[in-house]
Design a protein around this ligand. Sequence first.
Ligand code: ADP
Ligand code: MG
Ligand code: ZN
Length: 197
Amino acid sequence: MFVEPRVGNKHHASRRGWIEVICGSMFSGKTEELIRRLNRARIAKQKVEIFKPAIDKRYHELDVVSHNATAIRSTPIDFANDMLLLGGSCDVVGIDEAQFFDEGLAEVCVKLANSGVRVIAAGLDMDFRGKPFGPMPALMAVAEYVTKVHAVCVQCGDNATYSFRNAVSEQQVLLGETDSYEARCRHCFLEGMKGKK
Ligand code: ADP
Ligand code: MG
Ligand code: ZN
């Protein structure tokens, strides 16, 4: 389990920020882990704000909800840049579904961290083709801490790192039907992709 770095006192002159990334496939527990860290920050009486891309309205307009049905109130925004204004005065900024943000995400997170904010971003590291997803690679490169969480492969029970899509559409962004995606290990992902060609 990820052990949180010491969290500085915001009233102390040397308040320091940093970036944490939680990545992995669908159902790997990214949102659960994000909520766990944010709840701990709240218990420590820190000012916490959570953002998600406005495009992600699968379960709830405002809440960040895990597949395990834990939820936390969030602010939907259109552009990564919106976080500078809304999150600059926070101790901790949480971001869910970070992969859906624009390419400006890494730069925005760096600015927040540089100004003393602890940034915790959760997102898919790969899309359903197994390719790096949107702004995630750049964000992982500039983060101090990167945690890769794993789902359970629904085919064989190994650790799953891929999100296999059963649907036919080639569009990268397909939201809504959770049962059209399966967590799969490398072997079972490759087996599934073979059947598609
Ligand atoms: P993520 O944000 O990474 O998609 P969530 O935090 O929303 O993941 O959900 C994780 C939860 O999903 C697990 O605690 C478990 O209850 C459930 N779950 C459903 N399918 C799987 C699977 N194949 N492997 C692991 N967890 C699964
Ligand atoms: Mg999630
Ligand atoms: Zn497998």
